[in-house]
Design a protein around this ligand. Sequence first.
Ligand code: ZN
Length: 259
Amino acid sequence: MPSGDDLNTYHRLLGDLFDRADRVVAFTGAGISTESGIPDFRSPGGLWTKRRIIDYDEFIASPQARLEDWQRRFEMEDQLGAVAPNVGHYALANLVEAGKITHVVTQNVDALHQRSGIPDDKVIELHGNSTYAKCLTCGLVHTIAAIRAEIERKPEAPACVSCGGIVKSAVISFGEQMPQEAMLRAQRAALGADLFLAIGSSLVVYPAAGIPLMAKQNGAELLILNRDPTELDSYADYVVNRSIGEVLSPFAKPENRQN
Ligand code: ZN
């Protein structure tokens, strides 16, 4: 582990780890997206700590709660404005393209990994995806824009255009079951890894936080890259407490690098 705080030391460390690894899995949390200007809603003072939580059961039971949930989403969308992938996302995309990273497992719901160019089948979303909605009855996908237009026309919880069922954003709500298939795929990826990168996650939300440990216990090297210390630092082979973008920048294509 480098003792100094010299950024070049970290660049060399990552370069060496990538050289000797064959199957790298990246696991990402809110920290990679805060560098794109998306706030960490779970952090103290974040949106989730200020507002009453609408959990899954309430969403299903109450049309009023559904409308409120949608209106909050649109308000948040307006506050955020346009967001785009940053150098950290692009570095991971480049490593996927090079065949080094096999999968990106993410706790984020912003779809910025896909927008940075990673194919859908290489991104495993543990907490869902906020960029589209689904009918809970027939599974039909609805665009967020269509739902927004409908609610602006008539302020009521929208129903599925095909079957009349409840339409919900594809994010996993509080109180909703974790997506089993995504969890299984993430576990399989972790077990196949020889290098596991935990990036921008405080590693406190289970069962997601168990995935890096599973990789480590199965013999992978574990590197934690996060602004602040995490719950799992003592298990890691390497801990890097720096900005994600500056550490990963050399691994992005030149046009996406940070100056
Ligand atoms: Zn439907």
